[in-house]
Design a protein around this ligand. Sequence first.
Ligand code: SF4
Length: 218
Amino acid sequence: MTLEAEQSYKGWLWQKLGERCIKNLKKHGFDAHLVEDTDSARGLILGMIQGFESFGFGGSDTTRTLRIIDELKKRGKTIYDHWQQGLSLEEDLEIRLKQGRCDCFLCSANAISATGEVVNVDGVGNRTNSMSFGPKKVVIVAGMNKVTQDLEGALSRVREVAAPMRAKSLNMETPCVETGVCNDCNSPQRICRITVVLHRKPMFTDVTVILINQALGF
Ligand code: SF4
């Protein structure tokens, strides 16, 4: 089988899994969409956030792949992005707090179950707070590589894939960076301190989930 054919079957399987996931997310009160690629996701997001003035971004490679921050800056919007260079600790924390009070918060997820739950693990908590309560709107974007069959699989994915890879990318001194395996460490640099599962749409927050039929982020 050619690599192209293999990719096409994988895309088909992800499409089917994604459709099931979207159906169950909608049952759980989320606005949910499955799109083919990052351009489609970008267009969808820019269409749905037009009325907002301030935007927060969680620590996420996926949302940055969509090049939304630059576009919003061009439009003169206020951005709260703690990944910008040269921030003091005080400035960093202030931005993370403001993310929880912005009009629209954008982030990714560590895992999403096809049964309709969104799972995130945080070290600081600004992302898990902001995606639950505070902003008027939350947009969660994830590649299909993050969708698992069920909630148990989603929690395993965080432990086995997302957290070790994130720790490695941050160059943390944790056991998983040495071995590639989580051992539920007590390291001072442990990044897994808060687990939040959105079982249903939070009561007072409008949450959209966008799945992209591609592999994106950890
Ligand atoms: S708990 Fe520790 S070892 Fe496990 S993934 Fe998180 S940082 Fe790595």
